[in-house]
Design a protein around this ligand. Structure first.
Ligand code: UD1
Length: 443
């Protein structure tokens, strides 16, 4: 087994420009067999932040092998945490933290790393975390995180792009509070829930996010001795304690990766199995797949099989869980481009998450964009074309479109895909897809 310690040193200066990685996908092949789902990226990111709460050593298993996870590891390591990685697991020695200040170069690469502010502040009584900045899909402010921490007694200053939070008083402990979130933000719910586990007294989070990743984080905190009830509903109650102990915790399967595979089956009209999954986490995706004509059968409690039966138009609107996930919007739109009739996709969670529309159009899709509504008139086929992935989920969506298209697609922007999909092309290849990773100089 490979044993590697996460390297936090700055990368060596490159003298030569690295040739660009591209994916070459030959469409039109049926897929068959079974496909394995990795651990959930978004759970793992929040839980890695959560390891900062632990005063002993702890271990995570079923951790996906992703660029974003390595980046989160680098952020945690910069605070003095020793991390050892084996395939699929990470060991953290969080007994001593050497600083409460996270470096800009690391935080700016990964928005989720801002979530360390809650556990860091709870553990150290102070935290200095640079603002993560916007990203391709929207401005993504952190006002809800900050407001909640202030309600718990933190003094928060935002200066020169850095959020500086301090808890005054002898014991430097956050105080439990009743916090109503104006929007059920996943990140704000996670930040505040983590902070509350080590606060003095009870915290009540109202209008909290109900995503399965929030529940996974709560389960992780409980496995270290935290008292949390109500996670998975819109009201979470946390009773703070003095310290949290060691744990060995497995991350849940990634519902967005699983959903991406299910859509791959529908778009290529192929029958294959996806496992391990928690079918309940995929309810909105399964419901919408069924309304396009694909049957999704549970062969076992953790295994789903697709039986495609044609492609019919349907409408989707993204919403906080248990609504249809914004992280499946682009992949589902790929499918709708081939569904007979007119479909409408409405994005309500992020203000700027429609960049993939222009790329689908290059492949022959007929889509009209009106603000955050995409009106899609299904076409009988897509054609392979050179395309550019503009963000993580758009990259997966383009791969799906390419698997179904006639001819060859060359996809650039592969680094987006590597941020959040563990060996996507290898998994599709094993199902019979013709997909290759090349450098731009190879074509
Ligand atoms: C998480 C997921 C991301 C997913 C998103 C919505 C992780 C690492 N990422 O992101 O994949 O797409 O949930 O399901 O878990 N907002 C504010 N103020 C805040 C916080 C959020 O206005 O303080 C807004 C955002 O700009 C966005 C909306 O709320 O428009 C939802 O964001 P949020 O739920 O916080 O998403 P993230 O936690 O960043």
């Amino acid at each position: 087994m490979e044993d590697r310690t996460i390297n936090t040193s700055a990368p060596a200066t490159k003298t030569k420009t690295t040739p660009e990685t591209i994916l070459k996908i030959e469409g039109g092949h049926q897929l068959s067999g079974e496909i394995r789902v990795s651990g959930a990226k978004n759970s793992a990111l929040a839980i890695i932040a959560g390891t900062l709460l632990c005063s002993e050593e702890c271990r995570l298993t079923n951790v996906p092998d992703l660029a974003d996870i390595k980046r989160m590891g680098d952020v945690i390591a910069s605070l003095g945490v020793a991390i050892k990685a084996e395939s699929g697991s990470l060991d953290f020695d969080t007994r001593h933290l050497s600083t409460a200040e996270a470096p800009y170069e690391l935080v700016s690469k990964l928005r989720a790393s801002f979530f360390i502010i809650g556990p860091l502040l709870a553990r150290m009584g102070e935290a200095k975390v640079p603002l993560p900045g916007g990203c391709a899909i929207g401005a993504r402010p952190v006002d809800l995180h900050v407001r909640g921490l202030r309600a718990m007694g933190a003094e928060v200053l935002i200066e020169h792009g850095v959020v500086q939070a301090t808890v005054k008083g002898n014991r430097r402990r956050l105080q439990g509070a009743k916090i109503y979130l104006d929007y059920p933000s996943v990140g704000a719910t996670e930040t505040l829930m983590m902070a509350a586990t080590l606060a003095e007294g009870q915290t009540i989070l109202e209008n909290a996010a109900q995503e399965p990743e929030v529940v996974d984080l709560a389960n992780f905190c409980r496995s270290m001795g935290a008292t949390i009830i109500g996670d998975g509903s819109n009201k979470i109650v946390i009773q703070g304690c003095d310290r949290l102990h060691s744990t060995n915790y497995p991350i849940i399967p990634d519902r967005i990766e699983a959903g991406t595979f299910l859509v791959a089956g529908a778009i290529t009209q192929s029958e294959f199995s996806v496992f391990p999954v928690v079918p309940d986490h995929l309810r909105p995706v399964i419901a919408k797949l069924e309304s396009t004509g694909t049957k999704v059968i549970a062969d076992a409690p953790d295994r789903l099989r697709l039986v495609p039966q044609g492609l019919r138009a349907t409408d989707i609107e993204t919403l906080p869980y248990p609504g249809f996930p914004t992280d499946m919007q682009a992949q589902f739109m790929a499918l709708l481009t081939l569904c007979e009739g007119t479909s409408v996709v409405t994005e309500t969670v992020f203000e700027n998450r429609m960049h993939h529309v222009a790329e689908f159009s290059r492949m022959g899709a007929v889509i009209k964009l009106k603000g955050n509504n995409a009106i899609i008139n299904g076409v009988p086929f897509l054609s392979g074309a050179p395309v550019m992935a503009t963000d993580l989920r758009a990259s997966a969506a383009l791969v799906l479109a390419a698997l179904a298209a006639e001819g060859t697609t060359i996809m650039r922007g592969v680094h987006h895909m590597d941020r959040g999909y563990d060996n996507l092309e290898g998994k599709f290849k094993a199902l019979g897809a013709k997909i290759e990773r090349l450098t731009a100089t190879d074509i």
